[in-house]
Design a protein around this ligand. Structure first.
Ligand code: FPP
Length: 257
């Protein structure tokens, strides 16, 4: 991996700080070729390597990959086992590249549900990369947006029950403060989903409130640097209003310059 190489055609201030990707289509990629679904996941892991490398070179601050959902535990046990093996392999094989490139690994999700052979290299790499500041790579593992919001609300409910928090003091800010994503990651700017499906599928439900959505027909194993750049170009051309009017946004931009 070379030093950072921003895209000449996209000014740095038009790049998303945080990109999330729903990596969909591994199974269809394999089916189209008459191969078992596992082959699709293996090629999907190759696309993960390519995308992490590209995002780092381009200068994206944070990249979250939806690698395994809370609901994926209900897939056939052989597929779940294969995905866990792939995760283990990724964490072991990519360790040097992640560290050499100043990438910090973090995770969101109910990771205590992962098997020890994934948890061990994962925890190890999270610790070893904790001081890196080149890019944050966040793996969403055993992750569900509803589950994360439920956990946050449960913590607040405990504080109310203990008498240390007034129900009236619960705000969007306090809920957000109890989400791991808000502590470790910049706000989500761009959410990409591959494979032609137009759903959020329990990914960053809270975080996606004002994210720009980008859908591509490309199946995840075929996702290349060019596909990421296409999403970035599209994003750079969008006007983000956050509920304001266009002229208010323009005024704000002028104030900021
Ligand atoms: C969705 O495709 C993809 C997944 C459930 C798993 C994503 C896993 C990887 C990309 C590989 C391992 C990850 C890392 C970080 C090394 P699908 O199986 O639902 O595809 P389909 O909709 O075509 O059946």
């Amino acid at each position: 991996m070379n030093a950072q190489a921003p895209l000449p055609e996209i000014p740095k201030d038009r790049l998303p700080r945080h990109i999330g990707i729903i990596m969909d289509g591994n199974g269809r990629w394999a089916n189209n070729r008459g191969l078992p679904r596992e082959h699709g996941h293996e090629r999907g892991a190759d696309a993960v390597r390519t995308t992490v490398r590209a995002a780092r070179k381009i200068g994206v601050e944070a990249l979250t990959l939806f690698a395994f959902s809370s609901q994926n535990w209900d897939r056939p046990p052989t597929e779940v086992f294969h995905l866990m093996q792939l995760l283990n392999r990724y964490l072991v094989e990519e360790r040097a590249e992640i560290l050499d490139n100043n990438i910090r690994l973090v995770t969101v999700g109910q990771t205590h549900r992962l098997p020890e052979y994934v948890l061990e290299p994962m925890t190890n790499l999270i610790e070893a990369s904790a001081n890196n500041d080149g890019m944050v790579l966040c793996l969403a593992l055993s992750y569900g947006g509803r589950e994360m919001i439920t956990d946050a609300v449960r913590k607040l409910a405990r504080a109310v029950a203990a008498g240390t928090l007034e129900p009236e003091s619960i705000t969007t800010k306090s809920i957000e403060a109890h989400l791991d994503s808000s502590r470790m990651l910049p706000p989500l700017d761009l959410l990409i989903r591959t494979s032609g499906e137009h759903r959020i599928s329990n990914f960053f439900l809270w975080e996606a409130a004002y994210a720009e959505l980008f859908f591509t027909e490309v199946l995840w194993p075929d996702f290349q640097r060019e596909n990421l750049i296409a999403a970035l170009r599209d994003y750079a051309g969008r006007e983000r209003r956050f509920g304001l009017t266009s002229s208010q946004v323009e005024d704000k931009e002028e104030e900021g310059t």
